[in-house]
Design a protein around this ligand. Structure first.
Ligand code: PLP
Length: 416
């Protein structure tokens, strides 16, 4: 073993990690699943992030609706550190006190009866899909069907990408699953029609506010209409609140802007403020579907993740962040309307709470890079919709900065 006698300086081999310059030839040892922007953040505080060169950015995306408390909220950091030094993981073979506390807290806030914990939005929806199928089999429906929407997004696992109404996430992964029927979002008649022809329907899965699909908002009485159809047919109403839940809409849950109660709610993104946790909540009959052995997760609901979630809920309540999300969101939408009104290529400014979409009449993905250069983090979804998902802690002066920088960028873009 000659090489063992050589000191590192004798070897001519360049270590694969040596070149950290961001040139076109630099390829990290990562699967080619993302196209990251040319920036690496190294520190965060509140609505601010800093890159390696010390440049500061105003984060109006919050890790895609994850960091509701802003970055590194001191109360969250303290709680996580304390829990990490006490107990991180034991498994669901044993009682987990923090998990039971979190389930009870979420039940109180949502009106649901019980919770299953997992680690992501896709897994939360997988749980809901399995729950609906089991519910169907319990009614002797052998091939249960779940109604899903066009432009929806439910995740990247096989069941959830099948449920998603976006060909881009499905293409190349066929065969997809069976057991889904798709209708346009905001179309109650189409839902009712599926029920007339397909006697195997067991549930509807819908985002109350569509996120990835372009920040699409429900028409008045849409959720009430879905609730009514579900009640008439014995279907479960399952709401994917992975993006719009946990304060983002200005209520704990987006469905609370309507006067309905769903049977199932799925959560993830904002629940743990960056510590991975997902949840599937259920009420009534739906809450009694799973029996021991039907479903499980190794990591799901461990003490560390549940502590992050309990602290997130506590800070949202203590700091009145639901009201703040509502007020700053309304403020930002009205200020955007004032700034951008009359531009011929502006289609619509919409959203709820701190879920904000600005639809333009043409693809505008390049705006993301322009904003990045100016120290602002935003996102474009569905090609033409600039999407903002700021931290729930955003203050008025910061909201003003977001609107002023982004309005300038949008005006420049539309002028070219
Ligand atoms: C992000 C998202 C998901 C998927 O969540 P992951 O944690 O990435 O699996 C599911 N549904 C909605 C509405 C989402 O926004």
């Amino acid at each position: 073993m000659e090489s063992l006698n050589k000191s590192p300086s004798d070897t001519k081999v360049t270590p694969p990690h040596a070149d950290h310059s961001k040139t076109d030839t630099y390829m990290p040892n990562l699967m080619n699943t993302y196209l990251p922007l040319p920036v690496t953040f190294v520190r965060g505080e509140g609505v601010w992030l800093w890159d390696e060169e010390g440049k500061r950015y105003l984060d109006a995306l919050a890790g895609v609706a994850v960091c509701g408390l802003g970055h590194c909220h001191p109360e969250l950091v303290k709680a996580i550190c304390q829990q990490a030094g006490t107990l991180i993981h034991t498994s669901n073979l044993y009682h987990i006190g923090k998990q039971e506390q979190l389930a009870s807290r979420l039940a109180l806030l949502s009106g649901m009866d019980n919770a299953f914990f997992c680690n992501s939005g896709a897994e939360a929806n997988e749980a809901a899909i399995k729950l609906a199928r089991l519910y169907g089999h319990g009614k002797n429906i052998d091939l249960p069907t779940i109604i899903v929407m066009e432009k929806s997004f439910h995740g990247r696992t096989m069941a959830t990408l099948t449920a998603s109404g976006n060909r881009k996430v499905q293409a190349g992964f066929e065969p997809l699953l069976t057991g889904f029927a798709r209708v346009p979002y905001n179309d109650l008649e189409a839902v009712a029609q599926v029920g007339v022809h397909n006697k195997s329907v067991v549930a509807i899965l819908v985002e109350p506010y569509q996120g990835e699909g372009g920040v699409n908002v429900p028409q008045a009485n849409y959720l009430q209409g879905l609730r009514h159809i579900c009640d008439q047919n014995g279907w479960l109403l399952m709401l994917d609140e992975v993006q719009c839940g946990i304060g983002r809409s200005g209520n704990w849950f987006a469905f609370q802007h309507s006067c309905i109660t769903p049977d199932v709610i799925t959560l993830a993104k904002g629940l743990g403020s960056g510590v991975a946790i997902g949840a599937c909540l259920a009420k009534g009959t739906a809450a009694k579907v799973f029996k021991p052995g039907n479903h499980a997760s190794t990591f799901g609901g461990n003490p560390l993740a549940c502590t992050a979630a309990l602290t997130t809920l506590k800070v949202i309540e203590d700091q009145d962040l639901l009201r703040n999300a509502m007020e700053q969101g309304d403020f930002m939408r009205s200020m955007f309307k004032a700034e951008l009104a009359g531009l011929p290529d502006l289609v619509q400014i919409r959203g709820q709470g701190l879920m904000i979409g600005i639809e333009l009449s043409r693809p505008c993905g390049e705006l993301v890079k322009t904003a990045l250069k100016k120290g602002l983090l935003v996102n474009v979804t569905s090609d033409k919709v600039v999407r903002l998902l700021p931290p729930l802690v955003i203050q008025r002066s910061e909201a003003e900065q977001v609107v002023s920088i982004l309005s300038g960028i949008v005006k420049d873009f539309l002028a070219t």
